[in-house]
Design a binder for this molecule. Structure first.
Ligand code: GDP
Ligand code: ZN
Length: 306
């Protein structure tokens, strides 16, 4: 029977099967995935084939993925962890106040999603806390990001009307939702899917790993038959997995278009090189300075994690 992985602790998989039931599954034997070096072969969002024995099931096959999102493994450096698979869009909740989300963080998130070719939505929350004088800043940011094909919204998670708008955006899709703690992610998710989330939110700890570290796992919730959201509790930063310096500007859409006009073409890092089309674009304002700053911090290998 076909099923969707909703949650995983590393040894158990909670799946939603075609028959509408949830089953706890283990992996049957070894699903051979020789070319995969990720620490977890099956992730939230994956479609799998299961076989049932009594009330438990076994995952016997992993079905082809549309895409996946990787993170650097917290356990082993150099290894990647599949955060989620088959994601239609990612939604980042940010705030300008209480707390302020840095543009560097927003850009890193967008670049990571772009590297997996997943469309992005940026939601500025806590609109009700911002007085008139903030509006021009918000409008500027919305314009900046809309120009690079990121959908942006300015909402209050406390407003029913705003949530109705957001719900429409999620319809019939799998959406991964992320945000720094304090931005209102739980409020947002709880109000969109009250029944499911309030009971289950929190860390799932994998007992086989007890004591060695605390890992938080992504978790999927069903809003209706075809609509799912993936929460990423405790995930503050997506590690940029093995990205070459030269590759980074490919994931800045406004740079991707220009980079072949640099004198050194695809080997230009857009830092000190002469006749750099990207530096020119920053100077004449076509590329936002804040985006270029984020680029420099990534290209310089700076780690934005706290
Ligand atoms: P999380 O850490 O991202 O899950 O954030 P929470 O959902 O726990 O929200 C953090 C705090 O912000 C809580 O006190 C919420 O009530 C508050 N909050 C969330 N959304 C809004 C909003 O749109 N406006 C205001 N004023 N407060 C909000
Ligand atoms: Zn250049």
């Amino acid at each position: 029977m076909k099923a969707r992985v909703m949650r995983s602790t590393g040894s158990f998989y909670d799946v939603l099967a075609e028959d509408g039931q949830r089953y706890a599954c283990r992996m049957r034997g070894k699903i051979r995935l020789d070319e995969i070096k990720e620490t977890n072969p099956v992730a939230v969002g994956d479609e799998v084939m299961i076989e049932l024995e009594h009330e438990y099931g076994s995952i016997v096959e992993l079905l082809p993925r549309q895409n996946h999102i990787l993170r650097q493994s917290v356990k082993k450096t150099g290894h990647a962890h599949v955060l989620a698979a088959n994601v239609d869009q990612v939604l980042l909740i940010a705030t300008l106040k209480q707390p302020r989300t840095s543009l560097g963080f927003i850009d890193r998130f967008l670049v990571a999603a772009e590297s997996f070719r997943i469309p992005q939505i940026l939601v500025f929350n806590k609109k009700d806390l911002l007085s008139e004088e903030w509006m021009s800043e918000v409008e500027q940011l919305q314009k900046l990001y809309e120009n690079i094909e990121v959908k942006t919204f300015f909402i209050s998670a406390l407003s029913d009307d705003d949530l109705v708008r957001m719900r429409t955006l999620l319809q019939d899709k799998i959406t991964l939702v992320a945000g720094h703690s304090g931005v209102g992610k739980s409020t947002f998710l709880n109000r969109l899917a009250p029944a499911h989330i309030q009971q289950t939110t929190g860390e799932i700890s994998d007992h086989s790993d007890k004591g060695t570290h605390t890992t938080t796992f992504a978790e999927m919730f069903q809003l209706d038959i075809n609509t799912f959201i993936i929460d990423t509790p405790g995930i503050k930063e997506w590690g940029l997995v093995k990205m070459e310096e030269q590759e980074i500007s490919d994931y800045f859409p406004e740079m991707r278009e220009l980079r072949m006009q640099c004198r050194y073409g695809s080997s230009c890092l857009h830092i000190n090189e002469p006749k750099c089309a990207i530096k020119d674009a920053v100077e004449n304002g076509t590329i936002a300075f804040s985006r270029y700053e984020s680029y420099l911090s990534m290209a310089g290998g700076q780690d934005n994690r706290k």
